[in-house]
Design a binder for this molecule. Structure first.
Ligand code: AMP
Length: 328
């Protein structure tokens, strides 16, 4: 069977940040160039986004933004199936099946739940937030994905998808392919402006669509230590370097590292350099984004729905038969 590579992103903010981009989506794009024979699936994780976003207008608007960004950052829609799981009933159906085969304790150990808990009261969290990894497992297993490119924060969720696939296969016979997370160590956790993991919820992010003024303001906010200009600096401990290197060629990166270590580099200069590189990298993405219409992405989704629906329906039909839901 052809190798399948699948990932998806949540429309929970006005845009994607460079953590999403370098951590998950760029490795996915890179694979579309190197894995010539694989099939690629990229979904709009709006059913996940609904755990946080209940205003229909906003959810729709953010969803369209993500879809347009997929195209603007260089996803080739002729090579990658981009689709909307909310329009494919098998996602919700498999979610139901897997949630009945998963015990509460497993979900209680999940980072997504623990993170949400840390921000509020358990009783106020939605059940959808609690069993978010179950839906994610359904999203992955329906398509027999081999590889799931994600950031480090999603590793545990893909491991749960593996576990539940193995459990199902043991109990009902071989049904699901067991997926592997693909985490690129270099970009597993992209640093935010304050040195913590870059995240929409920490508001410490640089957005792919941030305009020049915002970019400059944010780069100026990157937290630094109190080393003097003359002092030698360890680039791997500097947030400006960690963020800036994402936009450099390997040669530029080597030259930068030398500059840090040699001493004589001010954080002001380091930030100006980072801003320039970032602006030049993001400008063509933003230009392309603004040229894509809502209609274009809606049409693209519609084109893919029947093929995706066919794959997902075949899998859920097999599952329903095996677990005894189908009576004929
Ligand atoms: P989400 O916004 O939760 O839908 O995340 C989409 C993808 O981006 C997932 O694969 C995450 O693991 C990845 N991601 C989010 N934040 C970061 C980060 N700071 N560093 C690396 N990957 C990230």
């Amino acid at each position: 069977m052809t190798k399948r590579i699948l990932t998806g992103l949540k429309p929970t903010g006005e845009q994607l940040h460079i953590g999403n981009y370098f951590g998950a989506i760029k490795p996915f794009i890179d694979l579309t160039h190197t894995e010539k024979d694989a099939e690629f699936f990229l979904f709009l994780a709006n059913m996940h986004g609904f755990t946080q976003l209940h205003d229909p207008k906003t959810l729709k608007e953010y969803s369209l933004t993500i879809l347009k960004l997929y195209l603007a950052i260089g996803i080739n829609p002729n090579k990658v199936f981009i689709y909307n799981p909310a329009e494919i009933p098998a996602h919700a159906q498999l979610n139901r099946v897997l949630s009945c085969l998963t015990i509460m304790g497993t979900m209680e150990r999940m980072h997504s739940y623990k993170d949400a808990l840390a921000k509020g009261k358990a009783g106020e969290l939605s059940v959808g937030t609690f069993n978010y990894p179950v839906l994610m497992a359904a999203d992955i297993l329906l398509y027999d994905a081999d590889l799931v490119p994600v950031g480090q924060d999603q590793k545990q969720h893909v491991e749960y998808a593996r576990d539940i696939a193995e459990k199902f296969n043991r109990q009902y016979g071989e049904t699901f392919k067991v997926p592997h997370p693909l985490i690129n160590r270099e970009v597993a956790t992209i640093t935010g402006l304050d040195g913590r993991k870059m995240s929409k919820s920490y508001n410490n992010y640089i957005g792919l669509l941030d305009d020049e003024k915002t970019l400059l303001k944010k780069v100026k906010q990157i937290a630094t230590d109190t080393k003097t200009v003359e002092e030698s600096k360890n680039p791997d401990e500097c947030n400006v370097y960690k963020i800036g290197k994402l936009f450099l060629t390997p040669e530029e990166d080597q030259a930068r590292r030398k500059k840090y270590l040699a001493g004589g580099l001010s954080y002001k200069e380091a930030k100006e350099y980072t801003f320039e590189k970032m602006r030049n990298y993001l400008a063509p993405i933003q230009k392309k984004y603004h040229a894509i219409s809502d209609e274009e992405v809606i049409h693209m989704l519609a084109k893919n729905t029947s093929h995706i629906q066919e794959i997902a329906q075949k899998k859920i039909t097999e599952v329903y038969k095996k677990i005894g839901f189908t009576l004929s």
